[in-house]
Design a protein around this ligand. Structure first.
Ligand code: 1CP
Length: 363
Protein backbone atom coordinates (compact mmCIF):
# COMPACT_ATOMS: atom_id res chain seq x y z
CA UNK A 1 0.00 0.00 0.00
CA UNK A 2 1.67 3.08 -1.24
CA UNK A 3 0.45 5.42 1.51
CA UNK A 4 2.54 3.56 4.11
CA UNK A 5 6.19 4.40 4.82
CA UNK A 6 8.74 2.14 3.13
CA UNK A 7 9.83 -0.86 5.22
CA UNK A 8 13.44 -0.47 6.40
CA UNK A 9 13.87 -3.80 8.19
CA UNK A 10 12.46 -6.75 6.23
CA UNK A 11 14.42 -9.51 8.04
CA UNK A 12 11.21 -10.94 9.55
CA UNK A 13 9.39 -11.13 6.22
CA UNK A 14 12.38 -12.63 4.44
CA UNK A 15 12.95 -15.26 7.13
CA UNK A 16 9.24 -16.15 7.20
CA UNK A 17 9.30 -16.67 3.44
CA UNK A 18 12.30 -18.99 3.77
CA UNK A 19 14.87 -16.59 2.30
CA UNK A 20 18.44 -16.38 3.62
CA UNK A 21 19.09 -13.67 6.24
CA UNK A 22 22.17 -12.11 7.87
CA UNK A 23 20.91 -13.00 11.36
CA UNK A 24 17.71 -14.58 12.64
CA UNK A 25 14.99 -11.97 13.26
CA UNK A 26 13.41 -11.85 16.71
CA UNK A 27 10.10 -10.87 18.25
CA UNK A 28 8.34 -12.01 21.43
CA UNK A 29 4.80 -13.28 21.78
CA UNK A 30 2.89 -10.77 23.90
CA UNK A 31 5.82 -8.37 23.74
CA UNK A 32 3.44 -5.50 24.51
CA UNK A 33 1.71 -5.74 27.85
CA UNK A 34 1.85 -6.29 31.51
CA UNK A 35 5.61 -6.67 32.18
CA UNK A 36 6.20 -3.14 30.81
CA UNK A 37 5.73 -0.29 33.33
CA UNK A 38 4.87 2.08 30.45
CA UNK A 39 1.95 -0.25 29.56
CA UNK A 40 0.40 0.19 32.99
CA UNK A 41 0.96 3.91 32.77
CA UNK A 42 -0.89 4.26 29.46
CA UNK A 43 -3.60 1.76 30.41
CA UNK A 44 -4.12 3.64 33.68
CA UNK A 45 -6.54 1.06 35.09
CA UNK A 46 -8.88 1.27 32.13
CA UNK A 47 -10.77 -1.68 30.74
CA UNK A 48 -8.63 -3.90 28.48
CA UNK A 49 -10.93 -3.81 25.45
CA UNK A 50 -11.41 -0.08 25.84
CA UNK A 51 -7.65 0.34 25.32
CA UNK A 52 -7.75 -1.95 22.26
CA UNK A 53 -10.63 0.01 20.73
CA UNK A 54 -8.86 3.34 21.07
CA UNK A 55 -6.55 3.37 18.01
CA UNK A 56 -4.28 6.01 19.51
CA UNK A 57 -3.81 4.02 22.75
CA UNK A 58 -3.56 0.60 21.04
CA UNK A 59 -0.91 1.89 18.64
CA UNK A 60 1.05 3.48 21.49
CA UNK A 61 1.04 0.20 23.47
CA UNK A 62 2.00 -1.75 20.33
CA UNK A 63 5.00 0.48 19.74
CA UNK A 64 6.18 0.61 23.38
CA UNK A 65 8.40 -2.50 23.23
CA UNK A 66 9.77 -1.47 19.81
CA UNK A 67 10.74 1.89 21.30
CA UNK A 68 12.14 0.53 24.58
CA UNK A 69 14.18 -2.15 22.79
CA UNK A 70 15.15 0.11 19.90
CA UNK A 71 16.93 -1.76 17.13
CA UNK A 72 16.52 -5.09 18.94
CA UNK A 73 13.01 -6.18 17.88
CA UNK A 74 12.34 -7.08 14.24
CA UNK A 75 8.53 -6.82 14.35
CA UNK A 76 5.62 -5.31 16.23
CA UNK A 77 2.35 -7.14 16.95
CA UNK A 78 -0.87 -5.17 17.09
CA UNK A 79 -2.23 -4.77 20.61
CA UNK A 80 -5.52 -6.64 20.67
CA UNK A 81 -6.70 -10.07 21.76
CA UNK A 82 -7.76 -13.36 20.22
CA UNK A 83 -11.18 -12.97 21.88
CA UNK A 84 -12.33 -10.20 19.53
CA UNK A 85 -13.65 -12.88 17.14
CA UNK A 86 -16.15 -14.24 19.70
CA UNK A 87 -17.11 -10.61 20.36
CA UNK A 88 -17.68 -10.02 16.64
CA UNK A 89 -19.87 -13.15 16.67
CA UNK A 90 -22.08 -11.55 19.28
CA UNK A 91 -20.65 -12.90 22.54
CA UNK A 92 -19.99 -10.67 25.49
CA UNK A 93 -16.37 -10.90 26.69
CA UNK A 94 -14.71 -9.05 29.54
CA UNK A 95 -11.11 -9.14 30.76
CA UNK A 96 -11.00 -9.25 34.55
CA UNK A 97 -7.95 -7.64 36.13
CA UNK A 98 -6.77 -10.69 38.09
CA UNK A 99 -8.37 -13.70 36.45
CA UNK A 100 -8.33 -12.92 32.72
CA UNK A 101 -11.07 -13.49 30.14
CA UNK A 102 -14.69 -13.82 31.32
CA UNK A 103 -17.73 -14.69 29.19
CA UNK A 104 -20.94 -14.09 31.21
CA UNK A 105 -22.95 -16.27 28.80
CA UNK A 106 -20.77 -19.08 27.43
CA UNK A 107 -22.03 -21.72 24.98
CA UNK A 108 -22.98 -24.66 27.19
CA UNK A 109 -25.42 -26.58 25.00
CA UNK A 110 -26.07 -26.71 21.24
CA UNK A 111 -29.32 -24.85 21.99
CA UNK A 112 -27.05 -21.86 22.82
CA UNK A 113 -25.68 -21.71 19.25
CA UNK A 114 -28.48 -19.49 17.91
CA UNK A 115 -27.24 -16.81 20.34
CA UNK A 116 -24.30 -16.29 18.00
CA UNK A 117 -24.84 -13.69 15.31
CA UNK A 118 -26.52 -15.45 12.46
CA UNK A 119 -25.60 -15.58 8.79
CA UNK A 120 -22.50 -13.69 7.84
CA UNK A 121 -20.81 -11.66 10.55
CA UNK A 122 -20.02 -8.20 9.18
CA UNK A 123 -16.32 -8.27 10.08
CA UNK A 124 -15.55 -4.83 8.67
CA UNK A 125 -18.29 -3.30 10.80
CA UNK A 126 -17.88 -5.33 13.99
CA UNK A 127 -14.09 -5.00 14.12
CA UNK A 128 -13.61 -1.65 12.42
CA UNK A 129 -11.71 -0.37 15.47
CA UNK A 130 -9.12 -3.13 15.02
CA UNK A 131 -8.47 -2.10 11.42
CA UNK A 132 -8.19 1.55 12.39
CA UNK A 133 -5.62 0.66 15.07
CA UNK A 134 -3.60 -1.39 12.56
CA UNK A 135 -3.55 1.39 9.96
CA UNK A 136 -2.51 4.02 12.49
CA UNK A 137 0.17 1.75 13.98
CA UNK A 138 1.60 0.91 10.56
CA UNK A 139 1.95 4.62 9.84
CA UNK A 140 3.46 5.40 13.25
CA UNK A 141 5.98 2.56 12.95
CA UNK A 142 7.33 4.54 10.02
CA UNK A 143 8.69 1.41 8.33
CA UNK A 144 11.08 0.62 11.19
CA UNK A 145 9.74 -2.94 11.55
CA UNK A 146 6.85 -4.88 9.99
CA UNK A 147 3.52 -5.20 11.82
CA UNK A 148 1.97 -8.56 12.73
CA UNK A 149 -1.78 -9.05 12.62
CA UNK A 150 -3.19 -12.14 14.33
CA UNK A 151 -6.22 -14.16 15.31
CA UNK A 152 -7.02 -17.10 17.54
CA UNK A 153 -7.21 -20.62 16.16
CA UNK A 154 -10.82 -21.87 15.86
CA UNK A 155 -10.40 -24.65 18.44
CA UNK A 156 -8.81 -22.28 20.99
CA UNK A 157 -11.64 -19.79 20.47
CA UNK A 158 -14.22 -22.56 20.91
CA UNK A 159 -12.47 -23.42 24.20
CA UNK A 160 -13.05 -19.89 25.52
CA UNK A 161 -16.57 -19.67 24.06
CA UNK A 162 -17.64 -22.87 25.83
CA UNK A 163 -15.59 -22.62 29.02
CA UNK A 164 -16.35 -18.95 29.51
CA UNK A 165 -12.77 -18.17 30.51
CA UNK A 166 -9.47 -19.73 31.43
CA UNK A 167 -9.64 -23.28 32.69
CA UNK A 168 -7.55 -26.11 34.05
CA UNK A 169 -10.01 -28.94 33.42
CA UNK A 170 -11.32 -28.09 29.92
CA UNK A 171 -14.58 -29.66 31.04
CA UNK A 172 -17.00 -27.87 28.74
CA UNK A 173 -14.93 -28.02 25.53
CA UNK A 174 -14.47 -31.74 26.15
CA UNK A 175 -18.20 -32.12 26.66
CA UNK A 176 -18.78 -30.34 23.35
CA UNK A 177 -16.35 -32.35 21.23
CA UNK A 178 -17.24 -35.73 22.75
CA UNK A 179 -20.98 -35.23 23.19
CA UNK A 180 -21.80 -32.80 20.39
CA UNK A 181 -19.08 -33.33 17.73
CA UNK A 182 -21.19 -32.21 14.79
CA UNK A 183 -22.47 -29.11 16.55
CA UNK A 184 -18.88 -28.34 17.61
CA UNK A 185 -17.80 -28.52 13.97
CA UNK A 186 -20.62 -26.23 12.92
CA UNK A 187 -19.40 -23.56 15.35
CA UNK A 188 -15.75 -24.18 14.38
CA UNK A 189 -16.71 -23.57 10.75
CA UNK A 190 -18.39 -20.29 11.59
CA UNK A 191 -15.35 -19.16 13.58
CA UNK A 192 -13.11 -20.16 10.65
CA UNK A 193 -15.11 -18.08 8.18
CA UNK A 194 -14.84 -15.03 10.42
CA UNK A 195 -11.11 -15.67 11.00
CA UNK A 196 -10.36 -15.71 7.24
CA UNK A 197 -12.15 -12.42 6.69
CA UNK A 198 -10.62 -10.86 9.82
CA UNK A 199 -7.06 -11.79 8.78
CA UNK A 200 -7.62 -10.61 5.20
CA UNK A 201 -8.99 -7.27 6.35
CA UNK A 202 -6.06 -6.86 8.75
CA UNK A 203 -3.78 -7.07 5.70
CA UNK A 204 -5.90 -4.50 3.87
CA UNK A 205 -5.57 -2.28 6.95
CA UNK A 206 -1.76 -2.63 6.97
CA UNK A 207 -0.66 -5.89 8.62
CA UNK A 208 2.42 -7.25 6.82
CA UNK A 209 2.62 -10.72 8.39
CA UNK A 210 0.11 -12.81 10.35
CA UNK A 211 0.08 -15.36 13.13
CA UNK A 212 -2.69 -17.78 14.13
CA UNK A 213 -2.61 -18.63 17.86
CA UNK A 214 -3.97 -22.15 18.45
CA UNK A 215 -2.76 -21.85 22.03
CA UNK A 216 -4.71 -24.74 23.56
CA UNK A 217 -4.06 -27.34 20.83
CA UNK A 218 -2.09 -29.37 23.35
CA UNK A 219 -5.20 -30.04 25.42
CA UNK A 220 -6.39 -32.58 22.85
CA UNK A 221 -4.65 -35.62 21.40
CA UNK A 222 -3.69 -36.30 17.79
CA UNK A 223 -7.02 -37.82 16.76
CA UNK A 224 -9.06 -34.93 18.12
CA UNK A 225 -6.55 -32.37 16.79
CA UNK A 226 -6.97 -33.87 13.32
CA UNK A 227 -10.72 -33.63 13.67
CA UNK A 228 -11.35 -30.38 15.56
CA UNK A 229 -8.32 -28.19 14.91
CA UNK A 230 -6.16 -29.03 11.89
CA UNK A 231 -8.90 -28.95 9.20
CA UNK A 232 -9.90 -25.44 10.27
CA UNK A 233 -6.31 -24.21 10.56
CA UNK A 234 -5.70 -25.49 7.03
CA UNK A 235 -8.84 -23.84 5.74
CA UNK A 236 -7.65 -20.51 7.11
CA UNK A 237 -4.25 -20.82 5.40
CA UNK A 238 -5.76 -21.99 2.12
CA UNK A 239 -8.66 -19.55 1.89
CA UNK A 240 -6.67 -16.49 2.90
CA UNK A 241 -4.59 -16.01 -0.30
CA UNK A 242 -7.73 -16.32 -2.40
CA UNK A 243 -9.57 -13.74 -0.29
CA UNK A 244 -6.54 -11.43 -0.40
CA UNK A 245 -6.49 -11.64 -4.20
CA UNK A 246 -10.17 -10.70 -4.29
CA UNK A 247 -9.31 -7.68 -2.15
CA UNK A 248 -6.44 -6.71 -4.47
CA UNK A 249 -3.75 -7.64 -1.93
CA UNK A 250 -0.54 -9.63 -2.27
CA UNK A 251 -0.30 -12.69 0.01
CA UNK A 252 1.63 -12.18 3.27
CA UNK A 253 3.52 -14.79 5.32
CA UNK A 254 1.41 -16.64 7.89
CA UNK A 255 2.71 -18.43 11.00
CA UNK A 256 0.88 -21.10 12.95
CA UNK A 257 1.44 -21.54 16.70
CA UNK A 258 -0.26 -24.76 17.76
CA UNK A 259 1.04 -24.92 21.30
CA UNK A 260 1.50 -28.41 22.65
CA UNK A 261 0.59 -30.16 19.39
CA UNK A 262 3.94 -31.97 19.16
CA UNK A 263 2.35 -34.79 17.16
CA UNK A 264 1.28 -32.34 14.45
CA UNK A 265 4.67 -30.89 13.54
CA UNK A 266 5.06 -32.98 10.40
CA UNK A 267 1.52 -32.10 9.24
CA UNK A 268 2.03 -28.40 9.92
CA UNK A 269 5.38 -28.46 8.08
CA UNK A 270 3.89 -30.23 5.06
CA UNK A 271 3.28 -28.26 1.86
CA UNK A 272 -0.38 -28.90 2.24
CA UNK A 273 -0.67 -27.10 5.63
CA UNK A 274 -0.57 -23.79 3.78
CA UNK A 275 1.48 -22.00 6.47
CA UNK A 276 4.85 -20.33 5.86
CA UNK A 277 6.19 -20.68 9.38
CA UNK A 278 5.55 -22.93 12.36
CA UNK A 279 6.01 -21.64 15.90
CA UNK A 280 7.21 -24.12 18.53
CA UNK A 281 6.83 -24.28 22.30
CA UNK A 282 9.78 -25.04 24.56
CA UNK A 283 9.02 -28.76 24.83
CA UNK A 284 10.80 -29.20 21.50
CA UNK A 285 14.49 -29.94 21.19
CA UNK A 286 15.29 -27.59 18.28
CA UNK A 287 17.47 -30.14 16.44
CA UNK A 288 14.65 -32.68 16.56
CA UNK A 289 12.16 -30.18 15.14
CA UNK A 290 14.63 -29.16 12.41
CA UNK A 291 14.95 -32.81 11.42
CA UNK A 292 11.19 -33.31 11.15
CA UNK A 293 10.76 -30.04 9.26
CA UNK A 294 13.44 -30.99 6.75
CA UNK A 295 13.78 -27.43 5.49
CA UNK A 296 10.18 -27.21 4.31
CA UNK A 297 9.07 -24.27 6.49
CA UNK A 298 10.53 -21.57 8.69
CA UNK A 299 10.51 -22.58 12.35
CA UNK A 300 9.93 -20.06 15.13
CA UNK A 301 10.66 -20.29 18.85
CA UNK A 302 11.21 -21.73 21.30
CA UNK A 303 12.94 -20.60 24.49
CA UNK A 304 11.17 -21.51 27.72
CA UNK A 305 9.80 -18.11 28.84
CA UNK A 306 11.06 -19.05 32.31
CA UNK A 307 14.66 -18.63 31.12
CA UNK A 308 14.06 -14.87 31.41
CA UNK A 309 14.02 -15.42 35.21
CA UNK A 310 17.47 -17.02 35.02
CA UNK A 311 20.95 -15.58 35.46
CA UNK A 312 22.61 -13.66 32.63
CA UNK A 313 24.96 -16.59 32.16
CA UNK A 314 22.09 -19.05 31.78
CA UNK A 315 20.24 -16.74 29.37
CA UNK A 316 23.35 -16.56 27.16
CA UNK A 317 23.87 -20.30 27.26
CA UNK A 318 20.24 -21.08 26.47
CA UNK A 319 20.10 -18.59 23.58
CA UNK A 320 23.29 -20.07 22.14
CA UNK A 321 21.96 -23.63 22.43
CA UNK A 322 18.66 -22.60 20.84
CA UNK A 323 20.14 -20.76 17.86
CA UNK A 324 22.71 -23.51 17.30
CA UNK A 325 19.97 -26.12 17.57
CA UNK A 326 17.97 -24.36 14.87
CA UNK A 327 21.02 -24.50 12.60
CA UNK A 328 22.53 -21.06 13.25
CA UNK A 329 19.53 -19.06 12.13
CA UNK A 330 20.62 -17.79 8.72
CA UNK A 331 17.68 -19.50 7.05
CA UNK A 332 14.28 -20.92 8.02
CA UNK A 333 14.38 -19.55 11.55
CA UNK A 334 12.77 -16.79 13.64
CA UNK A 335 13.71 -16.34 17.30
CA UNK A 336 10.87 -16.20 19.82
CA UNK A 337 9.93 -17.58 23.20
CA UNK A 338 8.00 -20.85 23.37
CA UNK A 339 4.96 -18.92 24.66
CA UNK A 340 4.11 -15.37 25.67
CA UNK A 341 5.80 -13.01 28.12
CA UNK A 342 4.82 -13.18 31.77
CA UNK A 343 3.79 -10.15 33.84
CA UNK A 344 6.73 -10.74 36.22
CA UNK A 345 9.46 -10.44 33.58
CA UNK A 346 12.27 -8.02 34.34
CA UNK A 347 12.50 -5.48 31.51
CA UNK A 348 16.31 -5.52 31.58
CA UNK A 349 16.45 -9.31 31.43
CA UNK A 350 14.28 -9.15 28.29
CA UNK A 351 16.71 -6.58 26.86
CA UNK A 352 19.66 -8.83 27.66
CA UNK A 353 17.89 -11.75 25.96
CA UNK A 354 17.39 -9.66 22.80
CA UNK A 355 21.00 -8.44 22.83
CA UNK A 356 22.25 -11.99 23.14
CA UNK A 357 20.05 -13.06 20.22
CA UNK A 358 21.66 -10.35 18.10
CA UNK A 359 25.21 -11.15 19.24
CA UNK A 360 24.94 -14.92 18.87
CA UNK A 361 22.71 -14.80 15.79
CA UNK A 362 25.18 -12.55 13.94
CA UNK A 363 28.10 -14.93 14.37
O1 1CP B 1 2.27 -7.98 22.28
C1 1CP B 1 1.29 -8.74 22.24
O2 1CP B 1 1.39 -9.88 21.77
C2 1CP B 1 0.02 -8.22 22.82
C3 1CP B 1 -1.24 -8.58 22.09
C4 1CP B 1 -1.93 -9.83 22.61
C5 1CP B 1 -2.00 -11.06 21.98
C6 1CP B 1 -1.28 -11.50 20.73
C7 1CP B 1 -2.70 -9.92 23.80
C8 1CP B 1 -2.87 -8.85 24.78
N1 1CP B 1 -3.29 -11.15 23.84
C9 1CP B 1 -2.87 -11.87 22.75
C10 1CP B 1 -3.27 -13.21 22.34
C11 1CP B 1 -3.96 -14.09 23.30
N2 1CP B 1 -4.95 -13.79 24.19
C12 1CP B 1 -3.75 -15.48 23.34
C13 1CP B 1 -2.84 -16.23 22.41
C14 1CP B 1 -1.43 -16.11 22.86
C15 1CP B 1 -1.08 -16.96 24.01
O3 1CP B 1 -1.31 -18.16 23.93
O4 1CP B 1 -0.56 -16.40 24.98
C16 1CP B 1 -4.60 -16.02 24.33
C17 1CP B 1 -4.71 -17.46 24.76
C18 1CP B 1 -5.35 -14.94 24.86
C19 1CP B 1 -6.41 -15.01 25.88
C20 1CP B 1 -6.15 -14.04 26.95
N3 1CP B 1 -6.44 -12.72 26.88
C21 1CP B 1 -5.47 -14.26 28.16
C22 1CP B 1 -4.89 -15.59 28.58
C23 1CP B 1 -5.66 -16.16 29.71
C24 1CP B 1 -5.56 -17.63 29.78
O5 1CP B 1 -6.55 -18.31 29.45
O6 1CP B 1 -4.48 -18.13 30.19
C25 1CP B 1 -5.41 -13.04 28.85
C26 1CP B 1 -4.81 -12.76 30.19
C27 1CP B 1 -6.02 -12.07 28.02
C28 1CP B 1 -6.09 -10.61 28.24
C29 1CP B 1 -4.93 -9.90 27.64
N4 1CP B 1 -4.63 -9.91 26.30
C30 1CP B 1 -3.51 -9.15 26.07
C31 1CP B 1 -3.09 -8.64 27.34
C32 1CP B 1 -1.90 -7.74 27.55
C33 1CP B 1 -3.97 -9.11 28.31
C34 1CP B 1 -3.97 -8.80 29.79
C35 1CP B 1 -4.85 -7.64 30.01
C36 1CP B 1 -4.43 -6.84 31.20
O7 1CP B 1 -4.77 -7.24 32.31
O8 1CP B 1 -3.79 -5.79 31.00
Amino acid sequence: MSEFPKLKNDLMLRAARGEAVERPPVWIMRQAGRYLPEYHEVKAGRDFFETCRDAEVASEITIQPVRRYAGLLDAAIIFSDILVIPQAMGMKVEIKEKTGPYFPDPLREPSDIPRLLNDEVDVLKELDWAFKAITLTRKKLNGDVPLFGFCGGPFTLLVYMTEGGSTKLYRYIRTWIYKYPEESKAVLQRITDVAVEFLAQQVVAGAQILQVFESWAGEIGPTEFNEFSLPYLKQIAHKLPQRLRELGQEPVPVTIFAKGAWYALDALCSEDSGYDAVSLDWLWDPAEAVKINGGRKTLQGNLDPGVIYGSREIISRKVEAMITGFGGGKKNYIVNLGHGTQPFFDVDAVKFFLEEVHRIGSK
